[in-house]
Design a protein around this ligand. Structure first.
Ligand code: F6P
Length: 320
């Protein structure tokens, strides 16, 4: 192994830059050359390459987003696109590719390895925390803190106006962000796709709280759990409480990464380089019980990450 490539792909997440920095600097420390590929797989197909040195990753550990830029490439979904990507890697003498992204990006890495023999290692970078074989993805913690800050601010105005607030958070088809932010923010109800719910139960909770003198409420809804505008209207109609809906949107994807995400990114980036240098391929890096490990990509992609139902039950107890 002499030369590796690194790219970021899919939705960006805070800490991706810290991971790029870790990959570049540990690789150079170990005598490897590193090529940065811009705009994910799209840039791989269209030869958007730049040589990386120690200075290319200076002053980025604290920056959100990704200096390499990112994309969701439709072209890479086709065999022709992947063929072009593989031949570009070969022409540049790139022996291995580190892919920082979510499960769609990992599927792309696996396809490159299977169809063209490219050595690939994935690093989980997504705010959604929906990747199996890792307790945390890079960006999740920062996202949670962004959501928490928003909940705190919304609670101020909810209290002043004695209103119910419905806050939609991201997470695609999963409720990891909603659950943890909801617990941390003391939400009165948390609605996630993994746990079936009845809106009438939410109504009952709101009414019970009202009887006890609670004059405002925060309800966190994962984007995959339903339409927040419909939910807001239903709850307002049934309770008679003035209700507002806030969709947090893409602010959840930005911001300076937390210390947790930076350290996680540093450890995962370094591990990815170790794995490559050991001649391993088709791997995904994860952290489980505090330990950074490399998992077989087929295994990782065949697993289903389950939501912590005990935490969900606890949230209900605490918010009663
Ligand atoms: O996967 C990260 C994520 O932010 C999801 O939570 C969300 O559903 C999606 O990406 C939004 O994607 P886009 O930025 O392409 O609209």
């Amino acid at each position: 192994m002499r030369r590796i490539g690194v790219l970021t792909s899919g939705g960006d997440s805070p800490g991706m830059n810290s991971a790029v920095r870790a990959v570049v600097r540990t690789a150079i420390h170990n005598g490897l050359e590193v090529v940065g590929i811009e705009r994910g797989y799209a840039g791989l197909i269209h030869r958007e390459f730049r040589d990386m040195n120690l200075s290319s990753v200076a002053d980025i550990v604290q920056r959100g987003g990704t200096i390499l830029k990112t994309a969701r490439s439709q072209e890479f979904m086709t065999p022709e696109g992947r063929g072009q990507a593989a031949s570009n890697l070969k022409n540049l003498d790139i022996d291995g590719l580190v892919v920082i992204g979510g499960d769609g990006s990992f599927r792309g890495a696996r396809a490159l390895a299977t169809e063209h023999g490219v050595a690939t290692v994935g690093i989980p970078g997504t705010i959604d925390n929906d990747i199996p074989c890792t307790d945390y993805t890079i960006g999740f913690d920062t996202c949670l803190n962004t959501v928490l800050d928003a909940i705190n601010k919304i609670r101020d105005t909810a209290t002043s106006h004695e209103r119910t607030f419905i806050i939609e958070v991201m997470g695609r088809r999963t409720g990891y962000i909603a659950l943890e932010a909801g617990v941390a923010g003391g939400a009165e109800s948390i609605l996630i796709p993994e746990v079936p719910f009845r809106l009438d139960e939410v109504v009952e909770r709101l009414m019970r709280g009202h009887m006890r003198g609670k004059l405002h409420s925060i309800i966190i809804v994962a984007e995959g759990a339903g339409n927040v505008l419909d939910i807001g209207k239903y709850l307002q109609d049934k309770t008679g409480f003035e209700t507002r809906v806030t969709i947090l949107g893409h602010i959840q994807r930005g911001g300076s990464p937390t210390a947790f995400d930076r350290v996680l990114a540093a450890r995962m980036g370094a591990k990815a380089v170790d794995v490559m240098m050991a001649g391993e391929t088709r791997k995904v890096i994860g952290i489980t019980a505090g330990e950074i490990k490399a998992y077989d990509i087929d295994y990782a992609l065949s697993q289903h990450k389950t939501i912590d139902l005990d935490l969900y039950k606890l949230a209900n107890i605490l918010s009663i």
